[in-house]
Design a binder for this molecule. Structure first.
Ligand SMILES: [Zn+2]
Length: 305
């Protein structure tokens, strides 16, 4: 065998060995991936799937798929941090599941099959984009003081996010109210609802004629803490629920026919503003910069799952 043929043979054998090592490594990584049990509330059943696959389905369900890639990456980090914290806290879900798709107690989830039905022809490209956002941030989570944060998020803040204390009474150092000038592309940035006096009485279960409406706001953002109608006190959360309003940040204007309620934003307003994240991404901000705007003083860390 001449020298050249010998070298080629050695090269080919080395290539085969390296390929085998890489395949074995990938297989080992795959089999060691964290798997979770997810409760599907509509079907009332549990499915088991790799954690990062669950994150793809969560980003698909929680954020419009046509958002910018950096916004989807920020959403992936939020969804991962939020879910891992639920698992670590051992939150109880039906049928002993680790997580649920019920948005009242966890995050939404959309399977690829369901996504196909929702997005028709564009689904392939959109699903690939979401997968890219999740895979490129694989294992990345948000920490404060070395612990996973409660990575809350909402659709549209309306110009100012809410302090956690405003909404739930407990202050958290990383969930502070911050100014957000980037969510004005949302149709809920500023919206109006007109309610007649009769409907307002019915929906709030009031018998008497309404002669006074007083709103007590939080500062600096201006979300409503309490509303006093005649002499009755209502929490902002209960009025939002009873009148089906998009947020608790309102201005009331009255006339002889009823009330015009101007609402700012959609959702509780705490943590990342999703439309704001998209607005920031359109202004060339990276997912890390986006996350640092909405979560005060956090660090972004990659952990092995
Ligand atoms: Zn916003």
């Amino acid at each position: 065998m001449d020298k050249n043929r010998k070298l080629i043979l050695i090269f080919l054998i080395s290539l085969i060995i390296i390929t085998v090592i890489i395949i074995q490594h990938n297989q080992r990584e795959k089999s060691e991936d964290l798997h979770i049990k997810l409760y599907l509330s509509q079907q009332q059943q549990v499915i088991e799937l790799p954690f990062e696959e669950y994150i793809i389905g969560t980003v698909a369900a929680e954020m419009p798929a046509n958002f910018e890639l950096e916004a989807l990456k920020a959403q992936a980090v939020c969804a991962r941090t939020y879910a891992l914290r639920k698992i670590i806290e051992n939150h109880k879900y039906p049928l002993n599941a680790d997580l649920s798709d019920d948005i009242c107690s966890c995050q939404a989830y959309c399977s690829q099959e369901e996504f196909k039905k929702r997005h028709g022809d564009k689904q392939g490209k959109l699903w690939d984009k979401i997968s890219r956002a999740v895979n490129s941030t694989r294992g990345e989570v948000l920490l404060y003081d070395g612990k996973l944060i409660d990575a809350l998020y909402h659709s549209t803040c309306g110009g100012y996010t809410a302090d956690a204390e405003e909404v739930w009474g407990n202050p958290l150092p990383y969930l502070k109210a911050v100014k957000c000038n980037y969510c004005s592309q949302s149709r809920f940035y500023n919206s109006n609802q007109i309610i007649s006096w009769d409907d307002l009485r019915k929906q709030l279960n009031l018998k008497a004629r309404i002669y006074e409406i007083k709103i007590i706001p939080y500062r600096p953002a201006g979300r409503v803490r309490e509303i006093i109608i005649n002499d009755r006190h209502f929490s902002a959360a209960s009025v939002r629920h009873d009148l089906n309003l998009p947020s608790t940040w309102w201005q009331f204007k009255t006339n002889s026919n009823g009330v015009i309620i101007n609402s700012r934003g959609y959702g509780h307003g705490v943590g990342m503003c999703q439309y704001g994240a998209n607005g920031l991404a359109m202004n060339n901000k990276s997912y890390e910069q986006i996350l640092r705007i909405y979560y005060t003083g956090v660090s972004l860390e990659k952990i092995r799952l």
